[in-house]
Structures are given as C-alpha cells and as structure tokens.
Design a binder for this molecule. Structure first.
Ligand code: CA
Length: 134
C-alpha cells in the first residue's frame, strides 16, 4: 500500500523528578518533563509479509510469506518539554540501511504528558516548594 501508515506505536515511561517551584511564585519550574532532553531508539526494523488468504479448498496454503526485514538507523529526537508535558517533535523520514526488495521509510514522532506519582504527593506534605502548578 502506498501512503502514510502508522505501523508501530510504542508507549514508554521515563522516571523524572517531582515538579518543584524554585522561585516561590507558585508555578513549578523544574522537574517533570523538564528533566527530559532527548529520546532515542537504536533497534529499528520492519518485517514485511505477502498476505495470502488460505481458503478451505487449498490445504497446501501455508499463509502469509515473509518478503523481507528492513533495518533502519538509530533515531534520536530532541524533546521540547515543559514541566507537565512534552510538545510533539519529530525526526525526518529515514531510509532503510539494509538492502531492500520492497521499500519503506520510518519517522519518529514523540510527545508526552507528565503523570504524577505517590512519591510526589508525599513530598508535598510539609514542603512548600513542591506545592505548585504546572
Ligand atoms: Ca516557579
């Protein structure tokens, strides 16, 4: 199929420090997404199959055949994060590094949202700097 398709979405979690207000204005200015600068993946590949529907009158059919595996270079995306979220950033389309019969390119798009944890709730008890908005 020719065109743009999303084949592979990954949900990742990264530990960050708790949001904190360092200048006493009530707004968090460090921690959360501000701890993150880049995201990378080094093992990028895509396996392509020929789709062969097996019909009941064709018992010799053994299903989808592997055409090839395409390997892509490592990717690194520089993030643009605030305390509470990371704006969507992307890296340009990349061609496979391996020889190919078929052809596909890959791109990396990253965005994120800070999710608060119980450890940060504990820090807020009695610590004014952790009671801030983001
Ligand atoms: Ca602040």
């Amino acid at each position: 199929m020719l065109g743009w398709n999303a084949h592979g979405t990954e949900l990742v979690a990264r530990w960050v420090s708790c949001p904190r207000d360092t200048n006493d204005d009530g707004i968090c200015d460090t921690g959360g997404g501000k701890d993150l600068f880049a995201y990378g993946e080094s093992n990028n590949w895509m396996r392509l199959y020929e789709l062969d529907p097996c019909l009941p009158w064709a018992p010799w059919c053994h299903g989808d055949d592997l055409v090839e595996t395409l390997y892509f270079p490592a990717t690194e995306v520089h993030l643009r994060c605030q305390v509470g979220w990371c704006n969507e950033v992307s890296r340009a389309w990349q061609a496979p590094t391996s020889d190919w019969v078929t052809y596909a390119e890959m791109a990396t798009v990253v965005s994120g949202v800070y999710q608060d944890g119980i450890n940060c709730e504990y820090l807020r008890v009695g610590n004014r700097e952790y009671n801030c908005y983001w």
